[in-house]
Design a protein around this ligand. Structure first.
Ligand SMILES: [Zn+2]
Length: 414
């Protein structure tokens, strides 16, 4: 024991901005998004398939000097956009994500990065307030909800490594990136406390002990209808808008309504994810999940859109968008919560988990009777059950094998 570990976390706090500061931050976020689109145009319209990403530094310097709107964006934030854009391509080339696309106004969360912590000068000024330097805005107050590492005497040791400013329907927030040296929790024995989790088709999360975690729709029927109407209005008004003309008041109102409803849904998703992952992290020592394959997830989501059933085309696309990112965040939250509890999260390679029988271990053709039901065709077995449950049991078994091979604790032999 006595082992130390470095822990990285995000810590979110709301900012108290004046109207002027808020307008400036809006402009910065707008500039960051426009810069992304500019970079994207440089690469895609130029027709280079694998752009030499290094030469853009010069392009950015040129653009900052000659484009007024871009000069509003602090240089470090512009560099951060470039870095994210580069990473997006690398992720694409390495098969983790699809190619980057243009960021549209209505679908992009306004955000500005502050990559360097030395620009921040965080201090605590009151029991409930802290102060932070925001480039081109000056000192800004933020709500002090959690003790930030390395700021106050007697507070947690560690440091802030950077921050990101994000706007949702409730206004601007700052998310501090923190790094702390902590006591590594004692490794626990998982022999009697392991579980496999399948991101199910019939239920959001199916557990290998038979448990499930479910949720209702993220928006009520009324909210979903309002979102659809706002999206149709925005599309219509965009269509009527002449080139170069400013967005009308009514168009902006439609955009705001879309953003508000999306933010509401996202808060509900996040809330559910936090509750669920906390319960799982407390309940089990060894948790196995399928390895993330974002590219495939996006493809399968698209498949359902390309061959839509009745009225699918009329839906708002909200649930599809959320499902795409929800699993990634669930796994991320699970990862750090389990680590905090001294447990282990294992990523299991996906192939076979949904096709193999979890009772006899044999893959037989036609065993997947339907999306929801699994029937083993092995004459000596014949097990049948819920398909998600079957997959979660396979994931659990694979997790046990991998974990004992990794030797992080000895699995008892019986
Ligand atoms: Zn079987």
């Amino acid at each position: 024991m006595g082992e130390r570990a470095t822990r990285h976390r995000g810590c979110r706090a709301s900012l108290a901005l004046t109207a002027v500061q808020e307008a400036r931050l809006d402009q910065q976020a707008h500039a960051a998004r426009a810069l992304w689109n500019l970079l994207h145009e440089l690469f895609t319209v130029a027709g280079t398939r694998r752009p030499p990403l290094s030469y853009v530094d010069g392009e950015i310097r040129w653009a900052r000097a000659s484009l007024d709107w871009l000069a509003m964006l602090p240089a470090q934030a512009a560099q951060a956009v470039l870095k994210t854009y580069r990473r997006a391509w690398v992720n694409c080339w390495e098969g983790r994500a699809e190619a980057p696309i243009y960021k549209s106004r209505s679908r992009t969360v306004p955000a500005v990065d502050i990559p360097q912590a030395r620009d921040l000068h965080v201090t605590r000024v009151h029991r409930r307030w802290g102060m932070v330097n925001i480039p081109k805005l000056g000192r800004v107050r933020f709500r002090w909800t959690k003790d930030l590492p390395g700021v106050t005497k007697g507070g947690p040791a560690g440091r802030i490594t950077g921050a990101r400013l994000i706007r949702d329907a409730l206004g601007w927030h700052i998310v501090f990136r923190t790094e702390r040296e902590v006591q590594a929790p004692a490794t626990r024995d998982w022999t009697d406390s392991h579980v496999g989790i399948d991101r199910g088709i019939a239920v959001p999360l199916a557990l290998s002990d038979g448990g499930t975690y479910e949720h209702g729709p993220w928006l009520t029927e009324g909210e979903e209808a309002r979102l659809l109407r706002a999206q149709q209005q925005a599309a219509h008004r965009e269509h009527c808008r002449r080139r170069g003309e400013r967005a009308s008041k009514r168009l902006r109102a439609a955009y705001d309504q879309i953003k508000d409803l999306r933010a509401r849904a996202k808060r509900r998703v996040l809330d559910w994810q936090h509750k669920t992952t906390s319960a799982i992290a407390k309940g089990y020592v060894l948790v196995a999940v399928e390895e993330l394959d974002i590219a495939n997830m996006i493809k399968s989501a698209r498949g359902t859109v390309d061959s839509p059933g009745v009225k699918v085309a009329q839906k708002t696309g909200l649930n599809r968008a959320i499902a795409g990112e929800a699993w990634g965040r669930t796994v991320e939250l699970l990862g750090y919560k389990i680590e905090d509890q001294g447990g282990v999260l294992i990523h299991v390679p996906a192939p076979g988990t949904s096709l193999r029988c979890s009772e006899c271990g044999v893959v037989t053709p036609g065993s997947r009777e339907s999306q929801a039901r699994f029937v083993c065709r092995n004459p000596e077995c014949g097990w049948s059950g819920n398909a998600d449950f079957n997959a979660s049991r396979n994931i659990d078994q694979a997790g046990l094998v991998l974990a004992s091979a990794a030797g992080r604790a000895v699995v008892r032999q019986t």
